[in-house]
Design a binder for this molecule. Structure first.
Ligand SMILES: *[C@@H]1O[C@H](CO)[C@@H](O)[C@H](O)[C@H]1NC(C)=O
Ligand SMILES: *[C@@H]1O[C@H](CO)[C@@H](O)[C@H](O)[C@H]1NC(C)=O
Length: 213
């Protein structure tokens, strides 16, 4: 009797042990799954943190570029420079001949974008450093020579000349100059020469900024 009971108990015990064993296996398997999920989540979190910080960096870069673009646009606003003027505002007549060279003051202002040309003095003052183009044109009548020079800060750069034309003369010249802020450009009539103008504006002076430097 006691032996039978023992056998029965052993049998029952071993099946219980089996159950407990398989339960343990399941729990360990589940824990392992959880662990690997945990690791995946951790990796995702790390990736997300990296992406977020990269995104912040990108935002800063985009903002920087935008600020630079706006500053550049603002800067360029001040760099629209162009003017054109005829010698006489109205009427008809000669300027010269004169005994000493004289700065020509072009009175009929067609355009003066940026206001760099002064129609009281005939002087253009560079508002920005850059490459500029200037041209001047002179018309005159027979007998007397016409000669005009373009000056940068008082120094001749280029000239036009018509030596004692028979009936009338035309001449022009143009130049590209690199100017610093404040450099002054004007045209000057040579001594003992003259130039003519009338409402057709034959005699004129103009220039513009090609690009800033
Ligand atoms: C999951 O990760 C956290 C943080 O690293 C840790 O504290 C926790 O014990 C982990 N859980 C499992 C089931 O691995
Ligand atoms: C000078 O230009 C004017 C105006 O275009 C013209 O009438 C005249 O014939 C020109 N003179 C000469 C000598 O070419």
């Amino acid at each position: 009797m006691a032996v039978l009971q023992m056998v029965l108990l052993l049998c029952a015990g071993s099946s219980l042990a089996d159950d407990l064993f398989s339960l343990n296996v399941n729990i360990i398997a589940e824990l392992q799954k959880l662990k690997s999920m945990n690791e995946s989540i951790q990796k995702l979190e790390e990736t997300l943190a990296k992406v977020l910080s990269e995104n912040e960096a990108l935002k800063t870069t985009v903002q920087d570029s935008q600020n630079k673009l706006e500053a550049f646009q603002k800067e360029n606003e001040g760099k629209k420079v162009a003017f054109s003027a005829g010698l006489l505002e109205s009427g008809t007549g000669y300027t010269g001949p004169i005994s000493t060279p004289k700065t020509l003051v072009y009175k009929k202002v067609f355009s003066n974008i940026g206001g760099a040309y002064d129609s009281n003095t005939g002087v253009f003052t560079a508002p920005v450093k850059g490459a500029y183009y200037f041209r001047f044109y002179g018309h005159s009548h027979g007998g007397t020579t016409m000669a005009i020079s373009l000056l940068k800060n008082g120094k001749t750069q280029c000239s036009l000349h018509a030596w004692k034309p028979t009936s009338n003369g035309n001449a022009s010249n143009g130049v590209v100059l690199t100017l610093e802020i404040g450099d002054q450009i004007s045209t000057q009539l040579w001594q003992n020469t003259w130039v003519y103008d009338d409402p057709e504006s034959y005699t004129s002076f103009g220039g513009f900024l090609i690009f800033p430097l």
